[in-house]
Design a protein around this ligand. Structure first.
Ligand code: ARG
Ligand code: ZN
Length: 849
């Protein structure tokens, strides 16, 4: 290994590979510390782009190599190899040795709970064998797996198998990042699906024998719903005879869309009413859909290079969001997505890690699997759809699939499809891909002689490496209401393209109340001076459910800021407004529970910072607690009634309607718990027959500093269920009192079943610490130091998960000088760790600027 400074890769340097791969045959002879991988690959020179024969390869031992059957001695470095090859088609053969059981980075071929599995995206295949590990090199894979296991899987269709071996063939050319292999003592939960053209597809979810077998049914049904939905909505049919999903316990991310063999973090596929919450069910369904949808948006059409990651991720997230909306409520889903975007993506976009949806450089691509690439990437698709309309959108998608099937494509290709099919010029729209940062849109209005004018101005603050910003295309969905709440102008999409722009509505009898950015039509921050009376009016009357929710959210934010900065009493308009929504039985319960929730402490901190006030995390915590108490007191009389009315009787079902009722009952329980000393929460905990309500009871008790006995009982009941234990670890830390948070996290690391090698468990503890805002930012700095130390330890084992978790420190510029110094010191200490990974090094470097 050399210690050369890590290299920066640039989009502008893209060159096609000098060789074309026609097919590749792989043989795996599995052994824990000495797996042999034998490859036979057909190459031919890419005459348009001649260049050297370089194959990626990392942490693998070359045993032998041949070109056209003749032994060769390639030049091997820490990044790969070069070799003299003939100027005509030739066959490359190599045998390498790798050690799956010591692979704690969980990238390439590794072992989890006794089984072999792989994770190759983005650049993990190079840890399996020497190969052009880049997404624009696509080839047909045939794989033979040898090992003494009952289940031996790879991509594509099964060809043949015998005792201790199996062969697979994937007819669809694919890049190496979509390769997968799984072997182990596994059991299948089988089913089947008949596609729209009448082809039967075998479906399996594989798990280790034991209790997981009972947790596959929901995922299987979700898979079938997804397959049907993609046929109905996008006309996309599945294209192999078999589709396999495997659950693994040790996984850096959520799941992976390998062709015909999706590998899932077990937390993202296994579900049962007793062990999974409503939120788990919803997330599992969305991730199963997401990975399945990648079969077309990602696999059949893949990315030319990793800068184009949003081409597949933004579009696939958008598709899974549409799907989830179709399963339940579009309004509720839109609110949930907006909450995620505003609390996490806006935070990334406003800090030192801000980057464009299509970045222009990186050191480690795994650091760019971000909320910006995924969720802001999905918002761009949503804006495009809103601008061109539904019919044009689906026409463009048809053209995209037709034109680019089998391609490794770019954002330029994607936009070209829309330009060709709609005739629109998307030159300016493309800035959404290249410009980082969240646009601020300010609004003023005036009314004269029946004409109502809205004046907008847009501005995007500078982000690292981008001082100057240009005006973007912003679709502003606007409706106008009359004083009595009637809609006088229905939702209209105004297309803002200039830095300042006005739109006039004529023929109005009286000055209307505007409802702006309906359905959250663009990922921007709307800045508007509004009285609390006007916000309360929209909260009561807006016909757009998103804006009805948003008016309440904005009002709550105003109230919280007033409490923090002026020690003000909670505004009565807000309290009356939420109480009215809570009482309104005509509204969807899921909507009501979102409407009575408050902005997170982290969002309040960001809002204060944006308004020029240095946030004090502890003051925000107390303000947030005070407002929750005031809300609870204000609707005291109806809380037991709501709990009773929305308790779902009968066997548990995770469907959106039942989950919505439970979420309203849980909101009422949370409020009641602040008033009754925990009696209702204790009762809920004791009587629950499902994890949603059991955990709600426990969380309520922990939130008011009680429930020690219940916590221990819970631990005992679920000690053998690792996914439930993750919840326990997480809840214990996230609900610890601010001054005890660091100490609580330390205690969790001393539990016998704390295992830092398991990313889920590590995240349960330290993700929860970072999410306990007042606890993480405790003035002592203890949490900063603790997290920094554990990240340094984890980095030696698992760079990818470490690097992702460093983002807990990205908010340092928000805080006071003392906290800034302590956060930076933790980062500097981490950055100085000897042997620090390229992953973590890049993140620390970007955060310290
Ligand atoms: N493509 C996967 C998904 O979006 C994410 C896998 C990324 N993994 C990684 N190590 N970067 O579902
Ligand atoms: Zn994805």
């Amino acid at each position: 290994m050399t210690d050369a400074a890590p290299q920066t890769i640039y989009l502008k340097d893209y060159r096609p590979f000098a060789y074309i791969v026609d097919d590749v045959h792989l043989t795996f002879k599995l052994a824990d510390t000495a797996t042999r991988v034998i490859s036979r690959t057909s190459f031919r020179p890419n005459t348009d782009f001649p260049g050297e024969f370089f194959l990626h390869g990392q942490d693998i031992k070359l045993i032998s190599a041949k070109v056209d059957g003749v032994e060769v001695s390639p030049k091997v470095t820490s990044e790969g190899l070069t070799c003299d090859v003939p100027d005509k088609p030739f066959v490359w053969e190599a045998e390498v040795e790798i050690s799956p059981s010591t692979n704690t980075a969980l990238e390439g071929l590794y072992m989890s709970g006794g089984m072999y599995c792989t994770q190759c995206e983005a650049e993990g295949f190079r840890k399996i064998t020497f190969y052009p590990d880049r997404p624009d090199v696509m080839s047909v894979f045939t794989v033979r797996v040898e090992g003494d296991y009952p289940v031996l899987l790879s991509n594509g269709n099964p060809v043949a198998s015998g005792n201790g071996w199996a062969e697979w063939h994937d007819p669809w050319p694919k890049p190496a990042y979509l390769f997968a292999l799984v072997a182990g003592n596994l059991v299948a939960h089988p089913s089947s699906f008949t596609t729209m053209s009448g082809k039967d597809v075998d479906l399996n979810i594989y798990v280790r024998p034991g209790s997981d077998e009972d947790k596959c049914a929901f995922g299987m049904e979700a898979l079938k719903r997804s397959m049907k939905w993609d046929e109905d909505v996008y006309g996309r049919e599945y294209d192999l005879d078999i589709f396999n999903i495997v659950a693994v316990d040790d996984f850096n991310m959520g799941a992976m869309e390998n062709k015909g063999l999706n590998v899932f973090n077990s937390s993202c596929v296994l579900a049962s009413p007793e062990t999974s919450t409503d939120a788990n069910f919803e997330r599992i369904e969305a991730i199963i859909a997401h990975e399945y949808f990648h079969n077309w948006t990602g696999n059949r059409i893949t990315c030319r290079d990793w800068f184009q990651l949003c081409l597949k991720e933004g579009l696939t997230v958008f598709r899974d969001q549409q799907y989830t909306g179709d399963q339940g409520s579009h309004a509720v889903k839109r609110i949930e997505d907006a909450i995620t975007l505003r609390s996490r993506q806006f935070r990334e976009d406003g800090g030192p890690l801000a980057h464009p949806v299509r970045p222009e450089s990186f050191i480690e691509i795994n650091n760019f699997y971000t909320i910006t690439v995924y969720e802001k990437g999905a918002e761009i698709i949503g804006m495009l759809k809103r601008l061109v309309g539904d019919t044009e959108y689906y026409n463009a998608l048809d053209l995209y699939f037709k034109r680019h099937d089998g391609d490794a494509a770019t954002i330029e290709d994607w936009l070209q499809v829309f330009e060709d099919s709609t005739g629109r010029d998307l030159t300016q729209f493309k800035r959404w891909y290249s410009q980082a940062g969240t646009p601020r849109v300010t609004v003023t209005d005036d009314f004269r002689d029946g004409s109502y004018t809205l004046n907008f101005a847009q501005e995007t603050p500078p982000t690292p490496g981008q001082d100057e910003k240009h005006a973007q295309v912003i679709p502003l969905a606007v409706g106008l209401l009359s004083e009595n709440g009637d809609e006088v102008v229905p939702t209209t999409v105004l297309e803002m393209t200039e830095s300042t722009q006005s739109f006039t509505f004529d023929g109005l009898a009286t000055k209307p109340v505007p409802s702006i950015l309906r359905d959250f039509s663009a990922p921007v921050i709307l800045q508007r001076q509004q009285t609390s009376a006007e916000r309360a009016f929209l909260m009561a009357h807006d016909t757009d459910p998103f804006n009805k929710w948003d008016a309440g959210d904005a009002l709550a934010m105003d109230v919280l800021k007033q409490i923090v900065t002026k020690d003000a009493a909670p505004d009565a308009a807000y309290l009356d407004g939420v109480a009215a929504i809570m009482r309104d039985d005509s509204l969807d319960p899921a909507f009501r529970s979102l409407a009575v929730s408050q902005p997170s402490e982290s969002e309040v901190a960001q809002a204060l910072h944006d308004a020029g006030t240095t946030p004090d995390p502890l003051a925000i915590y107390h303000a947030s607690e005070a407002l929750k108490l005031a809300v609870a007191q204000h609707m005291q009389d109806i809380l037991p009634l709501i709990m009773a009315q929305y308790t779902v009787d009968g066997p548990y079902s995770p469907d959106a309607k039942s989950a919505g009722k439970r979420s309203l009952a849980r909101a009422a329980l949370g409020m009641l718990t602040r008033l009754d000393g925990g009696a209702a929460a204790a009762k809920t905990f004791a009587e629950a027959d499902n994890m949603t309500m059991q955990l709600a009871g426990l969380a309520g008790l922990r939130m008011i500093g009680k429930g020690e006995d219940q916590s221990q009982a819970f631990r005992k009941q679920w000690r053998d269920d690792r996914l439930v234990m993750d919840k326990w670890f997480g809840l214990t830390v996230s609900l610890a009192a601010p001054e005890n948070a660091a100490q609580t996290a330390i205690m969790m690391t001393q539990e016998p079943d704390f295992d830092m090698k398991n990313p889920n468990r590590f995240r349960a503890v330290f993700g929860a610490l970072a999410g306990n805002s007042a606890g993480f930012h405790d003035a002592s700095g203890a949490s900063y130091t603790l997290l920094g130390e554990w990240l340094a330890k984890l980095d030696a084992i698992n760079p990818q998960t470490t690097a992702r978790m460093t983002a807990a420190f990205e908010t340092w510029p928000r805080y006071d000088a003392d906290r800034q110094a302590k956060m930076r010191a933790a980062l500097e200490t981490l950055g100085a760790t000897s042997g620090l990974s390229r992953d973590t090094g890049e993140m620390v470097g970007r955060m310290l600027g």
